[in-house]
Design a protein around this ligand. Structure first.
Ligand code: PLP
Length: 435
């Protein structure tokens, strides 16, 4: 029996590639364009995953491809520390302008989301001369030693990889569907923010805390979306104790929620923001943007890296910003969000398994439960749903502590027809799972 190309490469993968970098699907991709991926055997998939939130402007957007090719023709690498280039500097200026806060800012670049978070924490510690950091339950910030220490979920991210970085403290996140304090919104009056005051008595002295780092909407943690009052109240507490507020927009940024940054929905001005994923349309790039006095605190040479802010990635990011703002893809993102929320709310009415629908813009999620009253996570059902969707040609990812939250991260260039087809597959597959 002759095997398919996919089977051939899947076998080769088993024989030669470590198992740590796990595969959510078995697809071996040959080509991807817009919102469609095609595997080596010609099977097409509608992409609701976007390479885990990286392809907001679509796979191989022609303007991003052109920017990459043009830059490669000029030069590929000089190292910013050795020979500067226009795209790094222009991108820094653009991000300083686009991020919230009417104050002087500075930006710098790195290669991955984790590296952006590492740098943000280094800057915060240096600027405040304080050693501690507070992160959140369900938070995800990466897989390096520091970012893994900030990350909450043990398996698979932290298990067996300790000891972790000291002086990392953890507080509950406003996960209203499963309130960690057992409260009910809005009667709780945001007890989770007030909890910080007692936390500062029993866990950590606020005068030793450099920063609180939060995702505006938790990505891997389950698209958990805080109520409108949360971040303004958190920012007040930070101000009261001289603690910096770092917003990790690695997954929620670059237009994912219908605004350039998710935190714009809450109207606050963070001290430092980290961005990555969709920022450079698939090229490895991350950014750290913050208040000038903080960003300029570390001495020259204290930050950076050989590949950080690669010229091809910076040019790709400038193209992404042009596409989002000039080609009005941010508006398309809002439009997608409106369609999705309508379809998902309808779906929830007819499907008991959907316990919660949440998110902003097209960063939306369905939390699956076995029973709406007990809220027992429907983990196995979510796994089956992912597989059935995949078999029918839709790539859809789950997230959350129990793996029971289905999330949408499709490219904004998805056509109405592709979106409709993808949603129909999701609906049909839900029927099968719920049966
Ligand atoms: C909010 C957030 N921060 C940081 C990271 C880490 O990014 P990377 O995988 O590029 O290191 C991720 C990745 O999913 C993320 O969602």
């Amino acid at each position: 029996m002759t095997s398919t190309q996919s089977e051939y490469f899947q076998k080769l993968r088993q024989e030669h590639v470590a198992q740590g970098p796990a595969n959510i699907t078995q697809a071996i991709i040959k080509k991807a364009s817009g919102a469609i991926m095609t595997d080596v055997d010609g099977k097409e998939f509608i992409d609701f995953a976007g390479g885990i939130g990286v392809n907001n402007v679509g796979h191989s957007h022609p303007k991003v491809v052109k920017a990459i090719k043009d830059q490669a023709d000029q030069f590929i690498h000089t190292c910013f520390h050795v020979g500067m280039y226009d795209s790094y500097i222009e991108l820094a200026a653009r991000l300083n302008e686009l991020t919230p806060g009417n104050f002087a800012k500075r930006s710098m670049f790195a290669n991955s989301g984790a590296e952006a978070v590492e740098n943000a924490i280094k800057i915060a510690k240096y600027a405040t001369k304080r050693p501690a950091v507070i992160a959140f339950e369900n938070g995800f910030h990466g897989r390096t030693l520091l970012t893994m220490s900030l990350t909450s979920k043990i398996k698979p991210y932290k298990y067996g990889f300790g000891p972790f970085v000291p002086e990392v403290y953890r507080i509950p996140y406003p996960y209203c569907y499963r309130c960690p304090l057992g409260c009910k919104y809005p009667d709780c009056n945001m007890a989770c923010v007030d909890y910080l005051e007692s936390y500062f008595i029993t866990h950590v002295d606020p005068e030793t805390v450099a920063a609180i780092i939060a995702e505006p909407i938790q990505g891997e943690g389950g698209f958990v979306t805080p109520p409108p009052e949360y971040f303004p109240r958190l920012a007040d507490i930070c101000k009261k104790y001289g603690i910096l507020l770092i917003l990790d927009e690695v997954q929620s940024g670059a237009g994912r929620t219908g605004k350039f940054l998710a935190i714009e929905h809450w109207g606050i001005e963070p001290d430092i923001i980290t961005m990555a994923k969709s920022l450079a349309g698939g090229m490895p790039l991350s950014a750290i943007t913050g208040r000038q006095e903080l960003m300029d605190a570390p001495h020259p040479g204290g930050l950076g890296g050989t590949y950080s802010g690669n010229p091809i990635s910076c040019k790709a990011a400038l193209a992404v910003l042009e596409i989002l703002f000039e080609d009005k893809l941010l508006e398309r993102s809002k439009e997608l969000g409106d369609t999705l929320i309508e379809r998902f709310t309808d779906l929830q009415k007819s499907h008991e398994i959907i316990g919660d629908v949440r998110g902003k813009g097209p960063m939306l999620a369905l939390e699956l439960v076995k029973d709406r009253h007990t809220k027992e996570p429907a983990t196995e059902e979510a796994k089956r749903l992912t597989q059935i969707c995949y078999d029918k040609g839709l790539v859809l990812l789950s997230c959350g502590n129990f793996g029971n939250v289905m999330r949408t991260l499709m490219p904004f260039v998805i056509t109405d027809e592709q979106l409709d087809k993808g949603l129909s597959i999701l609906e049909e597959s839900l029927e099968e799972v719920a049966r």
